[in-house]
Design a protein around this ligand. Structure first.
Ligand code: KG4
Ligand code: ZN
Length: 350
C-alpha cells in the first residue's frame, strides 16, 4: 500500500431497508462499501415493512461486515474505531446495527461512535469532494426533505423543510397509484422520460412563498384526483407517462424555487459560503439535479452532487461521520440508546 492512513473506521448502516457496511480511512479512501438492498423483501407490500426489515438486517449484517472487511483486505486489528447508525430510523433495524457495532467495539476494545444517519448524509460531500465548512445541504430522501446549513461537525442549522411529506415519499406514492412498482422514484423518472408535460394541471405547493419550506401532500392528492378523473378502467400508458412527466416537472420547479430561497437565507447567515450540496435518494433524479444546478448557478453557488451510490443509504457515509468525530475525540459510550427520532439540530455540538 502506497499510503499510511492515520485512522481506519468500520461504518455500519441499518436504519431503513439497506444492510450496509464499509471501511473508510481518514485520507478519504473508501476501502470497501458493501450494500445489501432489501427491495425484493418489501416489494410485495409496496413499501418498507419495519418487522421484515429488522429480521432481514439480523440475517444479513454479520455477512455484510465480513464482506466489507474482506473487500478492504484488513482484519479487526487494523481498525481504529467502529461507527454504527444509532438513529434516526426504523428502530428495529437501528438496534440491529447499533448492537453489532457495539459488540465489535467491546470485543476489540475500540472507540465506538453512535452515528446520526442524517449527519452521515450531511458530511458525505467532505468525503467525496473535500469541501470546507460552511455549506448548504439539501437532504432529500424517502424520509427527509430539508435544507441544513452545515457549519461544522455536530453544528447544523435547519433552514427549511417539509411541513408534511418527504419528496421521495411523493415519488413513491405517485408510482404506487399508477402501479409502477417499488421503489417508486426511479420508476417515475423512467416513465416521465417517455411522457409530455402540460396535459395535467398540477399544483406547485409553496412556490414563490417566503421561506424555504416544502409541502408535497397537495401535489400527491392532485395526482390522485387526476387519476380518478380519467375515464374508468385501466390507466393507459400515455396517461401514466404524461402524469409522471407533469409530476416530476412540478416537483423540480418547487425544488428550484425553494432552493433559491434557501440560498438567500444561507447567504444572510454565511456570506462567506458558496456551495450547495445535495444528498439522499431523490438526488439520483436528473430533473431534480438539474433544477438544483440551475438554482445554484443563478446565485453564483457551486453545486456538488455525490455519486448516486453515496447519495443513497450506505456504510461509507457512516464510517466517514465516525472519522470526523473520532478526529475531534468525540466518541460515545456503549450504553448509548438507539433513537427512532434524532433531528440533526439536536446533535451534541462538537
Ligand atoms: O436516501 P434513500 O435511499 O433512503 C431514505 O429514504 O433514507 O432514498 C430513497 C428515496 C425513495 O423515496 C426513492 O423513491 C427515492 O429516494 N429515489 C428517487 C430516485 N431514486 C431514488 N426519486 C426520484 N427519482 C429517482 N431517480
Ligand atoms: Zn438516508
Amino acid at each position: 500500500m502506497g499510503y499510511c492512513p492515520a485512522m481506519i473506521v468500520l461504518g455500519i448502516e441499518t436504519s431503513c431497508d439497506e444492510t450496509a457496511a464499509a471501511i473508510v480511512s481518514d485520507d478519504r479512501r473508501i476501502l470497501s462499501n458493501i450494500v445489501r438492498s432489501q427491495i425484493a423483501d418489501h416489494a410485495p407490500y409496496g413499501g418498507v415493512v419495519p418487522e421484515i426489515a429488522a429480521r432481514a438486517h439480523i440475517e444479513a449484517i454479520d455477512g455484510i461486515i465480513a464482506n466489507a472487511m474482506a473487500a478492504a483486505d484488513i482484519g479487526f486489528e487494523a481498525l481504529d474505531g467502529v461507527a454504527a447508525t444509532c438513529g434516526p430510523g426504523l428502530i428495529g433495524g437501528v438496534i440491529v446495527g447499533a448492537m453489532t457495532g457495539k459488540a465489535i467495539a467491546a470485543a476489540r476494545a475500540l472507540p465506538f461512535i453512535a452515528a446520526n444517519h442524517l449527519e452521515g448524509h450531511a458530511l458525505t460531500a467532505r468525503l467525496t469532494d473535500d469541501i470546507g465548512f460552511p455549506y448548504l445541504l439539501l437532504l432529500v430522501s424517502g424520509g427527509h426533505t430539508q435544507f441544513i446549513a452545515v457549519e461544522g461537525v455536530g453544528r447544523y442549522r435547519r433552514i427549511g423543510g417539509t411541513i408534511d411529506d418527504a419528496l421521495g415519499e411523493a415519488f413513491d406514492k405517485t408510482a404506487k397509484m399508477l402501479g409502477l412498482g417499488f421503489p417508486g422514484g426511479p420508476a417515475v423518472e423512467k416513465t416521465a422520460a417517455r411522457g409530455t408535460t402540460g396535459r395535467f394541471n398540477l399544483p406547485r405547493p409553496l412556490k414563490g412563498r417566503e421561506g424555504a419550506d416544502f409541502s408535497f401532500s397537495g401535489l400527491k392528492t392532485a395526482v390522485r384526483h387526476a387519476i380518478e378523473a380519467l375515464p374508468p378502467g385501466a390507466v393507459s400508458d400515455s396517461d401514466a407517462t404524461d402524469l409522471c412527466a407533469d409530476f416530476q416537472q412540478a416537483a423540480a420547479e418547487v425544488v428550484a424555487n425553494r432552493t433559491s430561497h434557501a440560498i438567500d437565507i444561507f447567504k444572510e447567515i454565511h456570506p462567506e459560503g458558496g456551495v450547495l450540496v445535495v444528498a439522499g435518494g431523490v438526488a439520483a433524479n436528473r430533473a431534480i439535479r438539474s433544477a438544483l444546478d440551475e438554482a445554484a448557478a443563478a446565485r453564483g453557488f457551486d453545486f456538488i452532487a455525490p455519486p448516486p451510490a453515496l447519495c443513497t443509504d450506505n456504510g461509507a457515509m457512516i464510517a466517514w461521520a465516525g472519522i470526523e468525530r473520532l478526529r475531534l475525540g468525540l466518541t460515545d459510550g456503549l450504553d448509548f440508546k438507539p433513537r427512532p427520532r434524532w433531528p440533526l439540530d439536536e446533535i451534541a455540538a462538537a
